[in-house]
Design a protein around this ligand. Structure first.
Ligand code: ACO
Length: 354
């Protein structure tokens, strides 16, 4: 007879065999060793050339520019052309991120790509991006965590760097939501866009780096937002998703700040997943982040799933809002449900060796 051991942290079985209440989520210690802290040192992004405005959608759907702007803040989105692939766009964003960080492809140890819409079912995007970049010594893998995928990938990258398993990790979020949207359904077709963002994660003797990361998942809510393998079309109960998104992102961001030893007053910019302006404003209000510190990019790129945070970060930098050394709070929420939050000191200066 085999004995099944409980997983660490699993709810202990009661005498009658039913599971007891689950233990609270494990909290990671805030203190980390100096000299092994991961941070972001470069960024790049790319959007497809084809612009689809709200006015364009008025021609094919029973919708209006006024409704879309008032309910979501979205004015336009980008979409890949017929047959156009994500990999070249992603490669461009990654090359730009490496150049921005002053790194070369042969220094990259891991290429980590967040996507729910890769060019092929298999292989994933990451090996192709690594090949196209010339990162021949790198391992390369895709990660699927919907709109929270960039934060999941950042946390994984930081863990690889801080454990010494990797020196330089290229984190890329590459999405083509237009591939899984029902273009005849006005309640979802207007919301999504395509795009790519990438950052370079490496280690140094940093004061903050990538800190306080909180990741969560609740598979009970999967049916509120999903795309089936067969139909490959996104279905969403918008109002329910909205409610959960505000609650989870607010709580996760507050916890991330606490884990990082910071308060809302320490935050220079707040960059949340760009799904809907009203969701971002509601989370910021809950956290008492003033509107001038809230980055909005949803009007330009719509909801690009996991790519939305790096796209917003890059645009904020180009607009002069995001500067080296700033403390940025990040939050995301998506299908799963999965969510995450964390804090980053933007392109923080590495302390010189003594
Ligand atoms: N144009 C015009 N009218 C519309 C449109 C449209 N594009 N879409 C819906 N409507 C109508 C509805 O039919 C409804 O009409 P009715 O009152 O006659 O029935 C009315 O507008 C109101 O619809 P609601 O769904 O109640 O509108 P709401 O204010 O909730 O906004 C929205 C809908 C934008 C989808 C919002 O609920 C939302 O943003 N939800 C969260 C989405 C999200 O965050 N997704 C993130 C995860 S995505 C991922 O992980 C891949």
């Amino acid at each position: 007879m085999s004995t099944v051991l409980p997983r660490p942290g699993a709810a202990p079985a009661t005498r009658n065999g039913t599971a007891a209440a689950p233990r609270p989520a494990r909290v990671r210690p805030a203190a980390r060793r100096r000299g092994l802290t991961a941070g972001i040192f470069g960024i790049g992004s790319a959007l497809p050339e084809r612009v689809v405005t709200n006015r364009d959608l008025e021609q094919v759907l029973d919708t209006s520019d006024e409704w879309i702007v008032r309910r979501t803040g979205i004015r336009e989105r980008r979409r890949l052309g017929e047959g156009e692939l994500l990999a070249p766009l992603a490669t461009q964003a990654c090359a730009d991120a490496l150049a921005d960080a002053g790194r070369t492809a042969d220094e990259v140890d891991v290429v980590l790509v967040s996507t729910v819409t890769p060019d092929r079912v298999t292989p994933g995007l990451a090996p192709e991006i690594a090949r196209a970049l010339g990162a021949t010594g790198a391992s390369a893998v895709d990660l699927s965590a919907a709109c929270a995928g960039f934060l999941y990938a950042l946390d994984h990258a930081a863990a690889l760097v801080e454990s010494g398993r990797a020196g330089v990790v290229l984190v890329c979020a590459a999405e083509a939501l237009s591939r899984i949207v029902d273009h005849t359904d006005r309640s979802t077709a207007v919301l999504f866009g395509d795009g790519v963002g990438a950052v370079v994660v490496a280690g140094g003797d940093l004061d903050l780096g990538l800190a306080g990361f909180v990741l969560g998942a609740d598979g009970e809510q999967a049916d509120l937002l999903y795309a089936d393998a067969e139909a490959r079309v996104l279905r969403m109960q918008g109002q329910e998703v909205y409610r959960h998104a505000v609650r989870r992102m607010s709580a996760a961001t507050a916890e991330a700040l606490q884990r990082a030893g910071l308060t809302t007053d320490d935050v220079d910019l707040f960059v949340a997943h760009q799904a809907n302006r009203r969701i971002i404003d509601a989370v910021a209000a809950e956290l008492h982040v003033p509107s001038e510190k809230v980055v909005l990019d949803v009007h330009r790129a719509a909801n690009t799933s996991s790519a939305s945070i790096p796209l917003a970060l890059h645009q904020a930098e180009r607009d002069g809002l995001l500067k080296p050394g700033m403390t940025v709070a990040l939050a995301a929420f998506g299908a799963g449900f999965v969510w995450g939050a964390g804090v980053v000191a933007w392109k923080e200066r590495v302390h010189a060796c003594a």
